[in-house]
Design a protein around this ligand. Structure first.
Ligand code: PBG
Length: 330
């Protein structure tokens, strides 16, 4: 790159007033960049606040349509649903995940019935349904068994697709699940259901509040390093993405978000496919804590972090701040 040097070139000319800053902006945030994750609970008329995720609640199915309407009215194209399964329905074999009348399926149907124009994405993983909090089925030593888990995930994805999910999003990090789920969706006569693969999902300390929200934190035995990625690895993320794309993923995701912006940028540069980032629960909680402590201004922190995802090349961002951000941008 060649350019004039000082004083012929003064970079501050481009920053001298709002109109020229606007005109020269390389990236822009739009509500359609956002996917809003929502937690669901049993009951009627329920709102259950989540202590470690201040400002975020679980909603009962009858109140969920209002959230979907809020998303639609704000221009947020898609919501991502996560159930808090009642304790007595969690088991070693996660069978509740395959119940066509389980919490998530009832939630999907309610939204598709009342607010069909909002996209519904569902999580494919067994952690909201297992008694031990892992994303898959475990052997006697507590190790998550890959192929047996994949067989259940395929059934889970088919059940969610049949209930009306538009996008299924496997977040389990088993090998070979994308291809198996793609095939399952064809078999279930759901060829139009898309797959967003949590392709590069790291074993992260930033998931704590989410585990509170779905009720798996206290149950989790050990950690998830046997299937989620090592934060030390970047090149490995490219191999994960390549595999998921070859198996039929329509979109890929990097997770967590901000600490992994380098991975977002590498994935987008290498593959040029729709690439999403998940600004996860611990990241949300950090921003809220900083704002509450007077260390930073919430709105500015939210918009700056979201813009950083766009700059890194993200197609869109899953964020609990989606409604706030959409209002600020809107
Ligand atoms: C589990 C799942 C997790 C998140 C999304 N799906 C947690 C985990 O892997 O333990 C985390 C999202 C967040 O922290 O906001 N299948």
């Amino acid at each position: 790159m060649s350019q004039a040097s000082f004083p012929a070139m003064r970079m501050r000319r481009g920053r001298s007033a709002p109109w020229i800053r606007d005109m020269l902006a390389e990236h822009r945030l739009h509500p359609s960049d956002l996917i809003w994750p929502l937690f669901i609970c049993e009951g009627e008329g329920q709102e259950e606040p989540i202590a470690t995720l201040p400002g975020v609640s679980r909603w009962s199915v009858d109140r969920l349509a209002d959230k979907a309407r809020e998303a639609r009215d704000l221009g947020i194209p898609c919501i991502a649903l996560f159930p808090n399964t009642p304790a007595d329905l969690r088991s070693e074999d996660a069978r509740e995940a395959l119940n066509p009348d389980n919490l998530i399926c009832r939630a999907i149907r309610a939204i598709k019935d009342k607010v069909p124009e909002v996209g519904v994405m569902t999580d494919v993983a067994l952690d909201p349904y297992t008694a031990h909090g892992h994303d898959g089925l475990t052997d006697e030593r507590g190790n998550v068994m890959n192929d047996r888990t994949v067989a259940v995930l395929v059934q889970q994805a088919m059940v969610q697709a049949k209930a009306g999910a538009d996008i299924v999003a496997p977040s389990d990090m088993m090998d070979g699940r994308i291809g198996a789920i793609r095939q399952g969706l064809e078999t279930a006569d759901c060829p139009d259901v898309a797959i967003m693969a949590y392709a590069a999902k790291y074993a992260s300390a930033f998931y704590g509040p989410f585990r509170d929200a779905v009720g798996s934190r206290g149950l989790l035995k050990g950690d998830k390093r046997g299937y989620q990625m090592d934060p030390a690895n970047g090149a490995e993320a490219l191999r994960e993405v390549a595999l998921d794309l070859a198996e039929g993923a329509d979109m890929v995701m990097v997770k967590p978000g901000l600490p992994y912006l380098d991975v977002v940028a590498r994935v987008k540069d290498a593959f040029g496919v729709p690439t999403f980032a998940y600004q996860v629960s611990g990241e949300y909680a950090m921003i809220e804590a900083a704002a509450a402590a007077g260390a930073g201004e919430r709105d500015a922190l939210v918009l700056e972090t979201l813009m950083a995802f766009k700059r890194a090349g993200a197609t869109g961002v899953l964020t609990y701040h989606a409604p706030l951000a959409a209002r600020l941008i809107g």
